[in-house]
Design a protein around this ligand. Structure first.
Ligand code: SF4
Length: 259
């Protein structure tokens, strides 16, 4: 039996895109702790805020806010389990698929069927449509996990875009600004996501193959690998060696690969 490794629904989603790079994937799965992360945490803070607003509104009014109409205002927010409880291990590949769904709703009018929602703090655009295969896979994974851990079957999947309202007039200032703080409004927009579980087994097989194999070559046309090598060369030249953090990162990669 091959060793077990963990893969997030988000990473599996990224594998669905035409821009997927096996080399990047290989580096990430062999180094869960990268020396730096570029994703700004402000977006996950706003997603947490959006979830909190939905929950507080439901507690106060006994229904969801109006923008949830396409789903059903009677849908009840459930506590989304932590990823350590929200996972399953695929027997065929021995990959543990994990995730943290932003919002899981239960439909009382549909025998408790689930609706899974992912919040996006962004404007819905053509670029967002290009990412559709990634979101389809990511949300399909959440649905598969929910079913396997006994939370129930999923009726539908959605992206909730919270679009920042930046067109502010002087008349609105009093509602948005006081001496100590400034508020920003968001215009929510719900977009349905096609429910399709069929890509998951294929992607898991592909992930296993890349994980078990040697580091793949560079993706044609990607200049970032060259830039990274230039950077490492410059650092070596300037400091008579690599900084400790990068040395540690490279050493741990070599150890993992040698195992
Ligand atoms: S080719 Fe580009 S995408 Fe692939 S590992 Fe290098 S930097 Fe990452």
């Amino acid at each position: 039996m091959t060793n077990i490794f963990q893969l997030s629904a988000k990473t599996l989603g990224q594998m669905s895109l035409p821009t997927f790079c096996g080399r990047c994937f290989w580096l990430r799965v062999h180094n869960p702790q990268m020396p730096f992360q570029v994703f700004p945490s402000i977006f996950s803070s706003i997603d947490t805020f959006s979830k909190r607003v939905t929950n507080l509104y439901f507690e106060r009014h006994g229904r969801l806010p109006n923008w949830f109409k396409p789903i059903g205002l009677d849908a009840q927010p459930l506590e989304a389990p932590h990823w350590s409880k929200f996972n399953y291990t695929d027997r065929g590949t021995n990959i543990k698929v994990t995730g943290t769904a932003d919002e899981i709703l239960k439909l009382p009018s549909r025998q408790g069927a689930l609706v899974i929602v992912d919040y996006k703090t962004a404007r819905h655009s053509t670029r967002a449509d290009e990412l559709a295969p990634m979101y389809q896979t990511q949300l399909a994974c959440y649905s598969a996990i929910a079913e396997r851990i006994g939370m129930g079957r999923t009726k539908s999947l959605w992206l909730a875009y919270y679009e920042p309202v930046t067109d502010v007039t002087a008349d609105q200032l009093a509602d948005l600004v006081d001496d100590d703080s400034v508020a920003m409004r968001f215009a929510p927009k719900l977009i349905p996501v096609e429910m399709n579980h069929t890509t998951i087994p294929k992607l898991l097989k592909k992930a296993r193959k890349i994980y078990d194999g040697p580091m793949p070559g560079r993706m044609a046309g990607c200049r970032d690998c060259n830039l990274l090598e230039d950077l490492l060369r410059t650092v070596r030249r300037g400091q008579g060696g690599l900084p400790t953090t990068l040395k540690g990162f490279l050493a741990s990669t070599e150890q993992r690969v040698a195992r």
